[in-house]
Design a binder for this molecule. Structure first.
Ligand SMILES: [Zn+2]
Length: 449
């Protein structure tokens, strides 16, 4: 049995912090260790105690003085938009038509899909993200590329083919029947294979006819084991257009409710302009509202009102929403989340922030038994963070005296450079990608001509 012992400052959450100094929400070992056996965490605790348990044969990697945390989880992004980040000047509907619906047509090419899928997974890992929920393009081949790239890296990834049968270019439209058939085949092929999980993915109400929404309902009914992902209430023009297409629905949320798409495995991206009635509908069905701060700012969409979701008892998660979002980094995402909430008079404490990126998002996905925390029996998906990765960070860190301060500096000033190493199921990945050692070279797919 091969044993790997990581030594460092270990931080993991057991619950959501209720205040800025709620120490009951997390466990922290100043000289800590994580013992990994066969891709899973076997023990976590003080180094001296864990080293004794590990025995003399364990390989030891000393990450001191860095922080060892669970790998980050991203609950909403688009893998075909990897090369469309930073597209200038448009709000949602214009941005989709001008940039995104052009970019996604490239994914009819298997070679292109394979190339981007590999780079996408590597970029997640370079940023400390070990699991994510992504939309693929309308092409079933893009889903094959996505899950194959995840499988090569042994990552727990969730995703699915977008279904869209109107208000998009011909080359990106499926039909209610082909969307259904392709989704069924992809679920059969991928869901539960390696660490893959499937998400049934009607893009949003604007790009699906009532007939396609019916097919989505059928898929959800036939596959309760799968996730559902879509977009909801991101932009005022989008809301007006969506509700005009479904005139009998009470509001945008009611469009999806009318097809039984609300539920505890459903992730609704954005949820910026929901009425109290709509938030209560999400709360009653345990649906998850996904907060995408960099995207909401970049596309000029609006500000996510976390406290209203909280007061009405609705579940939330946090995500990058690349390529509307501007960074793969969950640290940068939480830095923007802090600002989006701050401008509304809402506080996001450093501990609450790191909870959201890890255990909070794992709970939103119902995967807290497998990922999102460092405890015996969970998968060894781990991020090692360096609070002094840049000169300005090192200088700032000289004045930091508490863990909370350090976490906040890391979030506010950090990015992929602050991620020193990433482990996926116990295997070091970031150093392999960055140094292009033989494994990374074997994973790399050349860019198609
Ligand atoms: Zn999105």
């Amino acid at each position: 049995m091969n044993k790997l012992l990581l030594r460092g400052r270990v931080l993991t959450f057991v619950d959501e912090p209720q205040s800025v100094d709620d120490q009951s929400a997390y466990t922290y070992f100043e000289d800590g260790a994580v013992l990994i056996e066969n891709g899973k965490i076997a023990e976590v605790g003080d180094y001296a105690a864990i080293a004794t348990v590990a025995g003399p044969l364990a390989e030891i990697v000393d990450h001191r003085p860095r922080l060892i945390l669970p790998g980050f989880i991203d609950t909403h992004l688009h893998f075909p938009q990897t090369q469309a980040i930073a597209s200038y000047g448009a709000q949602l509907l214009e941005w989709l038509n001008t940039y995104i619906f052009v970019e996604e047509q490239k994914f009819s090419s298997t070679a292109h899909a394979d190339f981007i899928a590999g780079r996408f997974m590597d970029e997640l890992l370079r940023n400390g993200t070990t699991s994510a929920v992504a939309y693929c393009s309308v092409h079933p081949e893009s889903v094959d590329a996505y899950f194959a790239a995840a499988e090569k890296r042994n990552m727990l990834m969730i995703g699915g083919k977008v279904m869209m049968d109107r208000n998009a270019p011909d080359a990106l439209r499926d039909t209610p029947q082909s969307g259904y058939d392709d989704t069924k085949a992809l679920i059969a092929k991928w869901h539960g294979r390696s660490r893959a999980q499937y998400a049934i993915s009607p893009r949003f109400a604007i790009t699906s006819t009532p007939e396609q929404m019916e097919m989505s309902r059928a898929l959800v009914r036939e596959h309760p084991e799968c996730y559902v992902q879509t977009h909801l209430s991101e932009n005022r023009d989008e809301i007006a257009f969506a509700t005009s297409l479904y005139p009998s629905a009470k509001d945008y949320t009611d469009i999806y409710a009318g097809y039984d798409l609300l539920g505890e495995k459903t992730l609704f991206g954005h949820c910026i302009f929901l009425s109290d009635r709509e938030i209560v509908a999400l709360a009653e069905t345990k649906s998850v509202a996904v907060f995408c701060p960099t995207s909401n700012l970049f596309l000029g969409s609006g500000l996510f009102d976390r406290d209203r979701f909280r007061s009405l008892g609705a579940r939330i998660s946090v995500a990058t929403d690349v390529g509307g979002g501007t960074s793969f980094s969950m640290l940068e995402t939480m830095s923007e989340a802090y600002k989006v909430l701050h401008v509304q008079g809402q506080r996001l404490s450093p501990f609450a922030s790191y909870y959201m990126m890890t255990l909070g998002n794992a709970r939103a996905l119902g995967l807290e038994d497998r990922i999102g925390s460092l405890r015996a029996g969970t998968d060894a998906d781990i991020a090692v963070l360096d609070s002094r990765a840049k000169p300005a960070m090192e200088l700032r860190m000289r004045t930091a005296t508490t863990l909370a301060e350090e976490l906040f500096i890391l979030q506010t000033m950090g990015d992929d450079r602050s991620v020193a190493e990433v482990y996926v199921a116990g295997k070091a990945m970031k150093s392999r990608i960055d140094n292009a050692v033989p494994l990374a070279r074997s994973l790399a797919v050349p860019e198609p001509a």
